[in-house]
Design a protein around this ligand. Sequence first.
Ligand code: FNR
Length: 394
Amino acid sequence: RMPPLAACYNLMDFEAVARQVMKKTAWAYYSSGADDEIVSVICVHLRVDIFSTLSNKTNTIEPQTMRENHAAFHKIWFRPRVLVDVENVDLSTTMLGSKVSIPFYVTATALGKLGHPEGEVVLTKAAHQHEVVQMIPTLASCSFDEIVDARQGDQVQWLQLYVNKDREITRRIVAHAEQRGCKGLFITVDAPQLGRREKDMRSKFSDTGSSVQATGGDDVDRSQGAARAISSFIDPALSWKDIPWFRTITRMPIVLKGVQCVEDVLRAVEAGVDGVVLSNHGGRQLETARSGIEVLAEVMPALRERGWENRIEVFVDGGVRRATDILKALCLGATGVGIGRPFLYAMSAYGLPGVDRAMQLLKDEMEMNMRLIGATRIQDLNPSLLDTRGLLGG
Ligand code: FNR
């Protein structure tokens, strides 16, 4: 029996419901991480989960360890300020020049129709309702134009790009995205080869829910799971020397998605890009690659030391499940955070109302936690509100 939407009180609740109601292959693709899934598995906290509180049955879900991407946030503690007038809290800010109501965005996740028959446009509608940015994946199940057509008003979308071996295809995709009003180009740089996701491979994927757009080839080998089947066009030869070329083909801000250490962030600044996403791809690529929040703690001091902190916008994704996670990233110096699986799970379980509620829960948490930390505006957030000794091992 499906719990009512109102019984979901946080983002983990959606994961618990989705796990029960999703098709096995879809669950396998969305939830899987690389190898032993040390970095990626978040899931079901405590023994008291949403099902056992609703029915009196004993827990139907085996609780899993809170794993690293989310757990990394727990190594950071707050140092709140008291007696600050926090009656009026404003969560709005800008990301890559676009105004947003709260500094999280819907990050790119492939194959939306595995979870919901309408696919990515469900996320487009929810993002519009909440004035947050949606990053459109290259490997969406809806066509790029369907997702752009679902945009309303001055809603902001970015394009996530997997770079095709055929650069002419890449050039056309980017030009089309710019012409259709996308406000940012996110080049995924952590996936020269797709990671080994064994749960996905075992589930013997047979149907992506629709044809995948823009892959530039349909020689699909379905025996290796959904991820492998759709990714063979990605160019493993992509390198730093290709980055200047992107400047010549677009005026959109360029962001490298999947940067994982300070050396590469400095190199990205030198390459003149507008931003980086510190990310281990939701733990789906290199197993035991550090989580974005850990990398952020290493990156921001190095940027500040050089006076470079305003030369690029730094985003983080991976394991963001609570507004306190968002706050910690912002205090460390991130411009915004990406959230992936929770919105997929909310969409798969409850459709648009689910994603709407997930976003509202995060906003409510954020407003409350801003008050409790003693900050009223996003620009008030700074490292002195944190104790990061646990993260930095000091
Ligand atoms: C992803 N991610 C991803 N990233 C990307 O650049 N291109 C892609 O096509 C996909 N596809 C994709 C599918 C699924 C099912 C997941 C879960 C993730 C990675 C994604 O953008 C982001 O880095 C992580 O999902 C963030 O971690 P959380 O929020 O899912 O923990």
